[in-house]
Write a protein that binds this ligand. Structure first.
Ligand code: AMP
Ligand code: GLY
Length: 424
């Protein structure tokens, strides 16, 4: 079978790594791919936002399955157009991708289906929003509705911060995404990432994982796309998993189906484990990055078989099996990320880092004349396995030491929460 994988991050390198292992695979294309995916398939310079060009490529290369990694093409309706042209696609259609693209859409679904989430209100002008914040008090959470590259959320600790955040949104700092604002109750508790793959009706749950969103050690500094992850997340007990499936995932999938919007793809729930139980922070319509990297290291089953079953609308008989070993991923990012940073820097030491049990997934990289250069903010994802999270952590940091890239930085405490929980 021929597969086209769309995307260029560490998530896509990890997906390519697993798809490449499948006995079902004939040819793998990655558009546009990165310095790592080129050794697993053919990187192709397709303009992914030109849907007609993607469809033409799929016809010419006899593609049997398109796997869409990032959210932007989903929200832009690439799945819809590929399906109309007769191709199987892993990734929800435009309407279902509103789960990620529109916070207001998700909140309405939560209301309708009784899904536990933060209490909220929705505003389109500044004055009523300010009045609401004053009545509710702080801490309170202000969110630009729509895709704001992860930067549209402020946890305001006092009224001044809340006012600044609101003015920022309404003054157009996030473009169209900020013209509509959600104000949410602040939820207190540990955050986890929860993934389910759906065929529109049924779903299978993936292994548990936790991310580290802040840039610096001790969960300090600005929010990022994710600086490291591990799986399993010890805090996710079987009881909690069952509760999340029943109270959050199942009503979401069925609520969408009732609206005539079947969800074919991976549903990524960002959760907070509050004293009253797990609550939804937000949905994404794609795999988490770097959570995907640790999940792919632990997945025993044939990924391609699972993706195909979801795309074709029948997951019956499909189970995801996992290696017992834990996996942990450390992200190497360019100095300055998530704000401004430089690209085009030389990176060395990948082969030395890939000792048994450790794998280097590329994110923002490319090869030029056989030299590996940085091309983005998050650049490498050093991922290792081990009998315990501590062992995976040790192996990952040993591998990190082998990488020579003076202009990069990483957190030194990935996994701290899981390791602390084990010790207490
Ligand atoms: P989001 O972009 O919605 O994932 O939000 C970014 C981060 O803000 C989350 O990872 C949480 O740490 C935090 N956050 C978002 N919403 C809330 C909330 N209602 N209560 C507490 N923290 C939140
Ligand atoms: N790791 C967070 C995200 O993928 O959004």
């Amino acid at each position: 079978m021929n597969v086209l994988l769309i995307g260029s991050g560490g998530r896509e390198h990890a997906l390519a790594y697993k798809i490449h292992q499948s006995p079902l695979l004939s040819r793998l294309f990655i558009a546009p791919g990165n310095g790592g995916t080129g050794s697993l398939g053919e990187n192709v310079a397709l303009a992914v936002n030109n849907h007609a060009a993607v469809i033409e490529f799929c016809g010419a290369q006899k593609i049997d399955l398109v796997v869409i990694g990032p959210e932007a093409p989903l929200v832009a309706g690439l799945s819809d157009q590929l399906r109309e042209a007769g191709f199987d696609v892993f990734g929800p259609n435009k309407r279902a991708a509103q789960l990620e693209g529109s916070k207001a859409f998700t909140k309405e679904l939560c209301d309708e289906m009784n899904i536990p989430t933060a209490k909220y209100a929705h505003f389109e002008t500044l004055e009523p929003a300010l009045t609401y914040v004053k009545a509710q008090g702080t801490p309170i959470v202000i969110k630009a509705d729509g895709l704001a590259a992860g930067k549209g959320v402020s946890v305001a600790l006092n009224l001044g911060e809340a006012e600044n955040a609101l003015k920022n949104c309404f003054s157009g700092s996030f473009g169209a995404a900020g013209s509509s604002v959600i104000i949410e109750e602040f939820m207190e508790g540990e955050e986890v990432s929860f993934f389910a793959i759906s065929d529109g009706e049924k779903f299978i749950t993936l292994a548990s994982a936790q991310d580290h969103k802040r840039a610096l050690d001790g969960d300090k500094g600005p929010n990022t796309g994710g600086m490291g992850a591990y799986s399993p997340a010890p805090v996710m007990t079987p009881d909690l998993i069952a509760k999340v499936e029943k109270e959050i995932i199942a009503p979401t999938i069925s609520g969408l189906a009732q609206r005539g919007i079947p969800f074919h793809g991976v549903l990524y729930a960002g959760l907070i484990l509050t004293k009253e139980g797990p609550k939804l922070i937000e949905y994404n319509a794609r795999f988490g990055d770097p959570e995907c990297q640790v999940l792919m290291m632990r997945l025993k089953s044939d990924l391609l078989e699972i993706l195909l079953a979801s795309a074709r609308g029948d997951l019956s008989g499909i189970v995801a099996r996992w290696h017992e070993d834990a996996a942990l991923c450390v992200v190497l990012a360019a100095n300055g990320y998530p704000e401004s940073y430089e690209t085009g820097q030389l990176i060395e030491g990948i082969e030395r880092a890939e000792n048994p049990g450790a794998k280097v997934f590329h994110a923002g990289t490319r090869y030029k004349n056989e030299r590996l250069l940085s091309t983005g903010g998050r650049v490498l994802n050093i991922t290792a396995t081990g009998k315990t999270i501590s062992e995976a952590q040790q192996r990952a940091y040993l591998a990190v030491k082998e990488i020579v890239w003076p202009e990069g930085y990483f957190r030194t405490d990935i996994g701290w929460r899981a390791i602390k929980e084990k010790q207490t």
